[in-house]
Design a protein around this ligand. Structure first.
Ligand code: DGL
Length: 277
């Protein structure tokens, strides 16, 4: 059987991040949607986003989403908490595609914390963004849970440079998280998509002292539900393929991306004149 739904079903899902962090979300998307094709946009030339002005992040995010739309994507996942923090509403208003965003996974952390102290580890833009404030007001405050906000400037660049498990990274995590542990936190929300790549270092330094929470599975389930609802799930029997694009240097992005995500076949550069302004 073929028809408009079948044509849309075979189109790729677009995934957007400031860099390689969204590969942690891509891994979950591929687990829940194994037959889908993916086009990944890494805005490496402008990474990190974490300390940029919200209007700058909004402009860069819109550019990426328009580029993904021009590649024929059927749905876009903004796999970047920082991009979602202030821009999710304007991105949704600017495209006719369904857009899946993410917010730090504070809700499950609040539900499971025994000590009633939860640490959220994210960029300054995410920590101050309206999405997180809403979740704190709706879930943490009524439950009497204290939320500690943590950030470390060098960790996203370290992940981008393939140093997620280096001795320096371990030392930074120890310095950042020891006070949170001493303050009684028993849950750590990984509120930046780069941070799931720090899990081996977190385990080595802290064992199971913190329950770790990230948004990858929730995002993948949401994307799957949207496609099922629209009748545009790809039901082909073959495994889907993934293509990565970067606004930065393709060779260095490729070598880090391959370390973080074994299925990456190659990385193509995006010529800036091809990106909508
Ligand atoms: N991966 C991103 C996030 O989820 C962005 C990190 C950055 O570029 O500072 O927040």
């Amino acid at each position: 059987m073929s028809g408009p739904g079948t044509e849309v079903a075979s189109r790729p899902i677009g995934v957007f991040d400031s860099g390689v962090g969204g590969l942690s979300v891509l891994a979950e998307l591929k687990r829940w949607l194994p037959h889908e094709h993916f086009v990944y946009y890494a805005d490496t030339a402008h990474c990190p986003y974490g300390e940029r002005a919200p209007e700058d992040i909004e402009r860069l995010t819109l550019r990426g989403v328009r580029w993904l739309e021009a590649q024929g994507c059927k749905l876009v996942v903004i796999a970047c908490n920082t991009a979602c923090a202030f821009s999710l509403h304007s991105v949704r208003a600017a495209t006719s595609l369904p857009v899946v965003g993410l917010v730090p996974a504070l809700k499950p952390a609040v539900a499971q914390s025994r000590s009633r102290v939860v640490a959220v580890f994210a960029t300054p833009v995410t920590l101050e963004g309206s999405l997180l404030q809403d979740v704190i007001a709706e879930h943490a405050r009524p439950a009497g849970v204290r939320v500690l906000k943590l950030w470390q400037r060098e960790l996203v660049p370290l992940v981008e440079h393939g140093q997620a498990d280096s001795p320096f990274t371990h030392a930074l995590l120890k310095e950042l998280l020891t006070p949170a542990l001493q303050a009684g936190a028993d849950a750590l929300v990984l509120g930046c998509t780069h941070y799931p790549f720090l899990i081996p270092a977190l385990w080595a330094e802290f064992g199971d002292a913190f329950a770790l929470h990230d948004s990858g599975t929730g995002v993948a389930k949401r994307a799957r539900a949207l496609l099922e609802g629209a009748g545009t799930l790809n039901v082909q029997r073959r495994a889907g393929h993934t293509q990565l694009y970067t606004t930065g240097d393709a060779a260095s992005t490729e070598s880090v991306a391959r370390q973080l995500h074994p299925d990456i076949a190659g990385v193509q550069p995006i010529v800036s004149s091809e990106v909508p302004a």
